[in-house]
Structure formats: C-alpha cells, structure tokens
Design a protein around this ligand. Structure first.
Ligand code: MGD
Ligand code: MGD
Ligand code: SF4
Ligand code: MO
Length: 769
C-alpha cells in the first residue's frame, strides 16, 4: 500500500504539538498523531511510517475524535440513593464509599453475587489490572468482556486447532497473498484501511478475492472476484463442501497433514457427506460457484483467510471458524510468507483483553484447568497458590441468566453500553433494572447510564496512556495528549483506588495492585506474559514509540516482534502448553485433562470436523423473514463517539432495514416507507431500504441505534455458540409490514446508491465521508 498522509485538522494556524497515538475505532489500529492546540484536541493525522496504515485513515478515524470535546462528557461522579431517585452529583470520596459499601454488602452473600462486565476498548494495562483485581483480589470468575459478543470465537476457534489463542498471519502476509478469502467479513465497511491494503495486494499480485456473505455488501461490490452468497446460518455446510472438494481434487498437502496435524481420517469421513449438490442446496448457491472457490483455494498456498462476525455471531461459530483454520492446514498454507488464517478481532483492544484476562480468559493465555498454570500465576501475583482456586469462567449471558434468577445483585459495567449491544434488549433491560449497577463511561448520555446506581466519569482516548493490540498482534502505544474534563479519572486510577479501598493484599500484606502508573503496569505484564504465546518480555514503551507498532511475541528470540506465528510448525497443543483442553463443537462439553492426555498431539495441530445443523429459531409462517444485524461504515457500535460527529451522523442519522426488491414489491413497500419489523420479543420501526444487498427472505438492520424502537437488539436472543458462548446476532425470525407511505429522505437515497455500488472507490480513499 502506498503511503498517504490523511489528516483532519480543525484549527487556524498550526497546532502546538503532535502526540503519538493510534486510532481506536476498530481493530485495525491505524497509527496516528493527535494535534493539540491550547490544551485541546483539534485534529489527527495518519503516521506515514506506521506498519499498519502508512498514514491512511478512514472516515471514523478522521472524524470521530470530536467526541472528546462533547458537552455530554461526565465531569463528576453521580449516585442514585434509591431506585427511582435521580442521579445526584457527588465527589469521588462519596461515590467510592458508596461503591465499596454496596460491593461489600453483596460480597457477604458470597463472591458469586458480584459480576463485572467490561470492554474491548480499555488499554492493556487497564485490563491486566482489572483482571488481577477481580481474579486475584475478589477471587471470582464472574468477569467477562463484551469481547464475548465480538471475538470470543476467534479465541475458541484458534484454540480448537492450535491449542492457544493468537491470530496466526499478519497484514504483511496479506501484502504477499494471491488469494484472499473473506468469511463473513465486510471489511470494506469494518476496517476501511485494511481494505485498501487488501485491494493494493490484489493489484500487485494479480490476485483474487472470494467473499462468503449472504449480502452483496460494499466489500462484494468494491472488490470481490467471487461472491458465495450463502443463506444465513449455513457456514459449516459451506466449509464442509469446500473441504470435500479439496480432497476430491487431490488438493490436500498430504505430507504436511501427516507430519503436522492429527484428525484427518475423521475429517475425511465427515466431509464425505457434503458433496457439492447437497451443499449448494443447503447454502442456496450454484455448484459451479462452490467448485470455482475450491479450485482457487486448491491452486495456491499464498492464501490468507479472514473471519469475522458473519461466522462468529452464530450458534455454529467455533465450528465454522475452526474449519477455516483446517482449510489452511490441509493446504499447508500456514506459518510462511503470504499464507495463514487471520481470525479477526473487531474492537480496538479486544485482543488486549483476551491476552490480559479481564474477560473469560486468564492472563497470558493460561489454562484455568491446568493446575501448574494457575500456581504459576498465583506465584507471579504473590498470592497463596493453595487458596487460589480458579473457577470455570462465566460468560455474560450466563451471568445475566443467573442474575435473572436473583443470584447476582451487583454489576460493574466498564466501557461498554450493554443496553444497546446485548441481545434481547427488553429482557436485558428487565434484568439490569433488578441489579445494583455501576457504570464507568466517559459520557453521561450513554444509554446504560440511565440504569446506573453509580456513575463514574472517566478519561478516554487522548486523555490517558497505555497500549492496545490490533487484529494482527500489532501493539500500539497511545500517549496522553490532553487532560480529561472536570474530575474524570482514568480507568486505571479507579481500579487501583477500588483495590486499595477493598483492602486487596498479596501474601506479604502489600497492596495486591502495587503500582499506580501505566508504565509500571506494563512492566509487570511483561513479566507475567513471559514464556507464553503473547510474550511481551522484549517490548518497551521506547520500542513502541520508535517503531510505531510491534507484533508479539516480542522477546529475546524476536527482539523486534514477529510477523507471523508457527513458522516452525510447532503449535501450542502439548498438554502443558495449551490454553484449553478443548470442547465438543455441538454440545460445548469440556474435555478433561485425562481425555486430553489420550489425544495429546504434542505440538501438531488439530483438524476438527463438524456437522452442519439448521440454526435454532428458524423462520415460521408468522415470522417468515430471517433478520441479520451488523455495521455501516460511518458508525461505531452504539455511537457514543461517531454519533457526535456531524460529518458521520448526517450520512446515516437513523436505523433502516434492508429489504430485497422482490419482497418489497410483494408487500407493496417502496424506498423510504415507514415499516415495522416485529418478533416475539419486540418491535422495531424505521424507513425501508429497498436494495438488492440482501437475499429474498432475509433482512438486515444496522445495530448502532439503541433508542426507542430503533434497536436491532429488540429481536435477537440469548441463543449462542456452545463453545465460545458468542450470541447469535445474525439470525432472528421476524415479520415485516408497512406502517405508512413516505418519501425517502436524501440520506437514505444516497446510502441506497452507495450500497448498490454507484461509487466503488474504497471509503478510506474518498475525498470526504
Ligand atoms: N464502521 C464500523 N467498523 C467497525 C465497527 C463498527 O461498529 N463500525 N466495529 C468493529 C467491531 S467491534 C467488529 S466486531 C467488526 C465487525 O466487522 P464485520 O464482521 O465485518 O461486520 P458485521 O456487519 O457485523 O458483519 C459482517 C457480515 O456478516 C454477514 N453475515 C450475516 N450472517 C451471515 C452468515 O450466516 N454467514 C456469513 N458468511 N456471513 C453472514 C453480514 O451480511 C455482514 O456483511 O467491525 C469493526 N469495525
Ligand atoms: N445486534 C447486534 N448486536 C451487536 C453486534 C451486532 O453485530 N449485532 N455486535 C456486537 C459487537 S461485535 C460488539 S464489539 C458490541 C459493541 O458494543 P458496546 O461495547 O456496548 O459498544 P460501544 O458503543 O463501543 O460501547 C463502549 C462504551 O464505552 C465507552 N468508552 C469509550 N472509551 C472508554 C474508556 O476509555 N473507558 C471507559 N470506561 N469507557 C469508555 C463508550 O462511551 C461506550 O459507552 O456490540 C455487539 N452487539
Ligand atoms: S480502519 Fe478506520 S476506524 Fe479502523 S483504526 Fe483505521 S482509521 Fe480507525
Ligand atoms: Mo466487535
């Protein structure tokens, strides 16, 4: 990708200084500098020498920083003295006294009575500290991140084949690939700069792009050479069909398979049941398209596959994502330049959370069921190994189900807006209303704050220092550019203070969290991660400033970081290396250590077959449409940032529903008509986007809008993948009807034209958003 310095500056004259940072509005982690004038953020510019983006920025990166300056920033803590009372401003002492009192009251009923639900957007140093506080201090596993909704399947999918989490390939491999396969990944909208990099690679290598997606989305229109427009919920069948054909076409690298994998015979017998005709029938595609895809995949080993929410947010998530890894193993397309699976992360720092362990994982990809790993962690934390009994980690949906039964009372929400982003909004709201809720967020108008009993105002990006890891293991250092508003504190300061007030100590009676500043937290993390897959022992803030992004592992052996994993084809599958002893794809039943012992592949990778199942909640006569949900290029999640940028907001100011022209015609619906989408759980209303992106019988609503009847999550359910526990956001049965005729607003027409591919330039390369 050619360097190009994108910039958006809103000040007269030159800024006073430029501060080293990165964009955190998606997992791409584009390097940038923040412009500061009169101690305020006034703009950004891409870093030309950054190994991820070479100066490029996309629409969100260029515009959403204005959110820092919003008048809706929280400047003072607030508490609600009783349910139904208003939130009242108080000082930090009173807010934290109230916090600690309520925390301890709940704790008296057992530590299982408290839960923490955090984010994929804090810094590594903050995740590490929070995980230590919760697991090492409270000794509870009731902690999860919204990474559960996002990249939990990347972790379980990687563990299923390679023994541990850790994206295998990197963007450098994309540069050299001849074939890019995008599985349920609308990269043109979701990582606009990565998409430019992919298109540049395709041009340079005279390569090809295959997109597997039920929608003819902007990625398809802007760059696909082959679109497998499968039905929603048929990913596993498709993958089995591809593997069936690779075997039939003698495209499997049998020497590689023999030397470096286990499980081929079983895989062979399962995929034998998926001949092209059956797969085409299940997936609703032509056999010729499937055969072409298998032929392309079978004819190059310079292939990179990316996987994202179209695969992850489904009940067959781990199985389908693991099958992508298996395709790479069968082709020997792994561990070398230009090749490898890239199970993507989505949130800017979801990877850091998976590494540091404030979600379902344990620090350094340690295995909670491996006593040696847990003893080692207890030693590193200087807590008594004999009293440290890690429990089975609980995912957020399981915790909500427990709370619904009245067995959790206290919930600490940090850096996520669950009332908009969790499935089944009405049920989730009822559960949250029952609990004592602490919300820690930079904005007082984030929807979940309305349910808070305590609100803690925090510093955000640009106002604190720390690291975030992107989707290809590149670690970026974000430096503090300006002071946070009012009395807002950093998440790290809050964690340190809470741990102190709760009296969490190590076994020598010293504070469990023995530091206050990000560099000290980072130093401890370097020691804790040493020897593990995500080894940071060789990384320093100085190196990060110098190189503008370093990929782990970074240690004595790889002092400048590592472009890809598994170059030696030795995987983390040995019984005392692995992060998990594995689980059954269909039931989620966890394998025991004894069971693993019997199959320990000692460094070889697993090929794990899976049968396709029809997804639960199928459409019916009453609810004949299948609804999927996802993103638009101009908004980030629940819009607490992008919703405040006029440039972004005006592009898509409202939710809408994509309806295929055939369905629209049958129901007498035209572009702009006000329609209702209803299900057994709720009612959505908004304008009709009549467009041939979706398949007939399928609908799509962006999930970014949470207020009133605009929330897509009215219709989603707690159904989830049995292994990763990631919710099925992409398939809900609904009904559609017109409420009133209306003229389409100009933005809707523009967006429709854009979705239909009128301008096929990548978004990041366009002159204005
Ligand atoms: N603009 C923007 N970019 C973002 C974000 C954002 O909010 N806005 N968020 C970031 C985050 S956290 C994430 S996780 C990523 C997500 O990035 P993506 O996963 O690319 O985004 P989605 O729109 O959720 O879903 C991707 C595609 O999945 C398809 N899909 C639906 N059902 C199926 C299915 O059954 N099979 C297949 N194969 N595909 C299916 C949808 O049609 C959609 O085109 O984006 C990141 N980047
Ligand atoms: N229907 C449907 N639902 C989905 C999805 C989907 O595709 N369809 N996608 C899912 C996915 S992949 C994701 S990642 C989630 C995202 O869902 P959320 O994580 O709920 O979305 P965000 O808007 O990013 O929420 C982050 C919150 O943290 C706050 N924040 C920002 N910076 C900081 C900080 O430094 N500290 C603290 N404490 N707070 C901060 C923001 O103001 C915001 O309120 O949504 C999920 N929900
Ligand atoms: S692709 Fe866009 S949103 Fe993502 S990190 Fe880069 S500039 Fe930010
Ligand atoms: Mo995500």
């Amino acid at each position: 990708m050619e360097p190009r310095q994108d910039q958006n500056l809103k000040c007269s004259g030159n800024p006073d200084r430029w501060v080293h940072s990165a964009c955190i509005l998606c997992s791409n982690g584009c390097g940038l500098e923040i412009a500061v004038k009169d101690e305020r953020i006034v703009g950004v510019r891409g870093k030309l020498d950054h190994p991820v983006n070479f100066g490029h920025l996309g629409p969100k990166g260029e515009n959403a920083w204005v959110a820092n300056e919003s008048p809706r920033r929280g400047r003072q803590p607030m508490i609600r003295r009783a349910k139904g009372a208003p939130l009242e401003p108080v000082d930090w002492d009173e807010a934290l006294d109230f916090f600690v009192q309520k925390f301890q009251d709940a704790w008296k009923q057992g530590h299982g009575n408290l839960a923490c639900y955090n984010s994929g957007q804090l810094t590594l140093e903050e995740f590490y500290t929070l995980g230590k506080l919760w697991r090492g201090g409270l000794r509870s596993s009731n902690i999860d991140g919204n990474t559960r909704l996002c990249t939990a399947t990347a972790a379980t999918g990687l563990m299923a084949n390679f023994g541990a989490d850790g994206p295998v390939a990197s963007y450098v491999d994309i540069d050299d690939a001849e074939l890019l396969c995008l599985y349920g990944h609308n990269v043109a909208e979701a990582q606009t700069v990565l998409w430019e990099r992919m298109l540049a690679a395709k041009q340079r290598n005279q390569g090809r792009i295959i997109v597997v997606d039920p929608r003819k989305n902007p990625t398809v229109r802007q760059g696909a050479d082959l679109h497998l427009q499968i039905r929603i919920g048929t990913n596993v069948a498709l993958m089995n069909g591809l593997i069936h054909l690779l075997i039939r076409n003698a495209a499997v690298d049998l020497d590689f398979v023999r030397e470096h994998t286990v499980g081929f015979e079983l895989m062979q017998s399962v995929v034998a049941e998926y001949p092209p005709e059956r797969v085409a029938d299940i997936c609703g595609i032509e056999t010729a398209a499937l055969e072409t895809a298998a032929q392309w995949i079978g004819s190059t080993d310079r292939m990179v596959s990316t996987v994202l929410q179209g695969f992850y947010q489904a009940v067959e998530a781990t199985a389908s994502s693991s099958l992508v890894n298996s395709v790479h193993l069968l082709r020997g397309a792994i561990g070398k330049r230009g090749a490898g699976p890239l199970l993507m992360a989505g949130q800017p720092s979801a990877m850091s959370n998976r590494e540091a362990g404030a979600d379902g994982s344990y620090p350094g990809y340690r295995n909670p069921h491996n006593l040696t790993h847990m003893r080692e962690l207890a030693e590193l934390w200087n807590i008594d190994p004999a009293t440290f009994h890690p429990e089975v980690p609980k995912d957020i949906i399981t915790m909500l189900e427990i709370a619904e039964r009245g067995e959790i009372e206290f919930l600490w929400v940090i850096g996520t807006n669950p009332i908009v982003s969790l499935p089944d909004q009405n049920r989730t709201r009822r559960i949250l209303e029952q609990l004592f809720v602490v919300v820690q967020d930079p904005f007082v108008d984030a929807e979940t704050v309305a349910l808070a009993d305590i609100y803690l105002p925090v510093a955000m990006w640009g106002e604190k220092t720390g690291c975030v890891t992107n989707a290809d293991r590149t670690v970026n250092l974000l430096c503090k550019a300006v002071e946070p508003p009012g009395q807002a504190r950093t998440d790290l300061e809050i964690f340190v203070e809470v741990a102190r007030r709760l009296g969490f100590k190590d076994r020598d009676g010293k504070p469990l969290i023995g530091y206050r500043e990000p560099p000290e937290a980072f130093d401890e993390w370097r020691r804790v991660s040493k020897g593990r897959p995500c080894d940071y022992s060789g990384m320093t803030y100085e190196l990060l400033l110098k190189k503008g992004g370093v990929r782990w592992p970074c240690n004595e052996q790889h002092p400048e970081g590592s472009e890809r994993l598994y170059e030696d084809l030795h995987f983390w599958t040995g019984i005392d290396d692995c992060e998990s002893y594995g689980a059954d794809f269909l039931t989620g039943d966890k394998h025991t250590r004894a069971e693993y012992e019997a199959i320990d592949p000692k460094g070889r990778a697993f090929l794990r077959p899976a049968q396709w199942r029809r997804p639960p909640n199928p459409p019916s006569e009453t609810y004949p449409f299948v609804l999927s949900t996802g993103r638009v290029v101009y908004h980030f999640h629940t819009r607490t940032k992008t919703g405040r940028s006029e440039a972004l907001h005006r592009r898509v100011p409202n939710a809408y529903v994509e309806i295929h022209p055939d369905d629209a015609q049958r129901l007498g619906i035209c572009l702009g008509d006000w329609v209702e989408v209803s299900s057994m759980r709720g009612r959505w209303e908004g304008p009709a986007m009549v467009v041939d992106t979706v398949r007939p019988g399928e609908l799509f609503i962006p999930f970014h809008f949470g207020k009133g009847h605009q929330a897509a999550n009215q219709h989603t359910t707690y159904a989830r993948d049995p292994v990763s526990q990631q919710p099925q956001f992409k398939s809900s049965p609904v009904q559609l009807k017109r409420l009133s005729f209306a003229e389409p607003e100009p933005w809707l027409v523009e967006r429709r034209n854009d979705l239909q591919g009128r301008d096929v330039k990548p978004y990041a390369a366009r002159d204005s958003v």
